[in-house]
Design a protein around this ligand. Structure first.
Ligand code: GCU
Length: 432
């Protein structure tokens, strides 16, 4: 079996990105990863060490969370007081009769014409109530996750696509099911999970000026004239905030088990899932699929996408302060292993793809590995290995990891591992 080390060796090269405004080079050569020292997750600013889980929860966790809010993702507001929910549709015989399909409008200011998200929920009809849930954002609208003709087509802004699936920044009928290979909805239902999702652009369109039409403006008293402070929320924090609002709905739907919600995401949405899981302890399990820089990968390795690169290409994703660390990763008061540690004692799964070197698979593995001391405070087993496993060989217990063969994507292989992981930690009967 080919290991990631040999894959990286085979691809060892330095690429200069031109025309994108960044001056730095992209390193894919393991031997050129600079030496670095990771912040110790158990060390407090006064020099004392956290020795047990109580001290972690009382001091370490709030301190670490605050550093991530201030320096990386930015601070988000809580649940808006006037928020309301409206059932837009409910079909008790969806997908050939095996599921209930609900479409829920979550109105952040309580008004239908105000900022909102539209949550699509499938609930398996014959699973014992309440049902555990997989909750994740989607990239191209709810109608893209399945061919089901009953899914309402997302109305929010979307980037145009030349295949006719998005025209004049609006999704068309042609986009129905376009991302279905990334969504194992039928399999989830068969295994007794509900699936809930919404379009991330409902919260904020994903471009530099998108915030003006998203919740970051709508919930601010100055609207699109808002001037953000360097520690205010960026788009990733806003998407994560949306996941928490979806959780608010799940808590009030009696068919769903709010104590068994898996928050997951791929790529930039994996970054959002990690931040949602780190900052909102109601999420029982967190899954990061190929989340890379600003997600599960260690920033200090500067392998593949770097802090400077991501802040240049996506200036709206992180808070203003994060830009201080462009080319200056060693000054970051945190690194991404501590983001994973914030999820403790809840189970977390980090996944990489062998050809996805941009996301730095080894950096993702190492972040998971270096979160272990915090899980150990809870006497919980982490990865159980010291070296990166071969491809397609999942490892771990409360922290799990795999590197799949293939590209940057979320595939049936990934889903199979996530179902098993959730079944194990939720104590569901394992059928396979
Ligand atoms: C870009 C970006 C990554 C991100 C990815 C995605 O490649 O540089 O940080 O994870 O898009 O969301 O697909």
């Amino acid at each position: 079996m080919k290991t990631i080390a040999s894959a990286i060796h085979a691809c060892a090269l330095i690429v200069t990105l031109s025309g994108l405004g960044a001056t730095s080079e992209v390193n894919y050569d393991e031997s050129k990863v600079p030496g670095y020292v990771l912040p110790d997750p158990l060390l407090l600013p006064n020099g004392s060490r956290i020795e047990n889980s109580r001290a972690w929860l009382k001091h370490g966790r709030p301190h670490t969370l605050d550093l991530f809010a201030e320096h990386v993702y930015g601070r988000s507001p809580g649940r808006p007081a006037g928020m309301r929910f409206k059932t837009l549709s409910e079909d008790k015989n969806a997908l050939g009769g095996k599921a209930i399909r609900k479409q829920i409008l979550i109105m952040f200011t309580g008004q239908e014409d105000g900022p909102s998200l539209e949550l699509l929920v499938y609930i398996p009809k014959n699973a014992p109530r309440p049902v555990p849930v997989f909750l994740g954002l989607n990239f191209y609208g709810n109608q893209s996750v399945h061919t089901d003709p009953g899914i309402r087509i997302t109305r929010s802004w979307m980037r145009d696509s030349n295949d006719g699936s998005v025209v004049n920044n609006r999704a068309t009928e042609k986009s129905r099911g376009l991302q279905a290979t990334r969504w194992a909805i039928d399999k989830a239902l068969e295994r007794g999970f509900a699936v809930a999702t919404f379009y991330y652009g409902d919260i904020e369109p994903d471009h530099a000026d998108g915030w003006k039409k998203g919740v970051r403006a709508a919930l601010s008293k100055n609207g699109s004239a808002t001037v953000f402070k360097p520690g205010d929320w960026g788009a990733i924090a806003a998407w994560a905030w949306g996941l928490s609002r979806a959780m608010d709905y799940i808590e009030r739907d009696r068919a769903l088990d709010a104590k068994r919600v898996v928050v997951f995401g791929h790529s930039r949405q994996g970054k959002a899932a990690l931040w949602a899981g780190a900052s909102d302890r109601r999420f029982a399990i967190v899954i990061s699929n190929d989340s890379g820089c600003g997600g599960a990968a260690l920033s200090r390795r500067r392998f593949g996408e770097t802090v400077e690169r991501i802040n240049t290409s996506f200036p709206h994703w992180f808070c203003g302060n994060f830009k201080k660390y462009n080319g200056n990763e060693d000054a970051l008061p945190v690194d991404q292993h501590q983001l994973i540690a914030l999820i403790a004692p809840r189970p977390v799964y980090v996944a990489s793809a062998q050809e996805d070197l941009w996301a730095d698979p080894k950096g993702e593995f190492l972040a998971a590995k270096h979160a272990e001391p915090v899980y150990a405070l809870f006497k919980l087993p982490g990865l159980g290995v010291t070296e990166m496993p071969p491809v397609n060989t999942p490892v771990g217990n409360c922290i799990a990891y795999h590197i799949r063969s293939g590209k940057h994507d979320i595939t049936d292989y990934d889903w199979e591992q996530y179902f098993r992981f959730a079944e194990k930690h939720f104590g569901m009967t394992q059928r396979r």
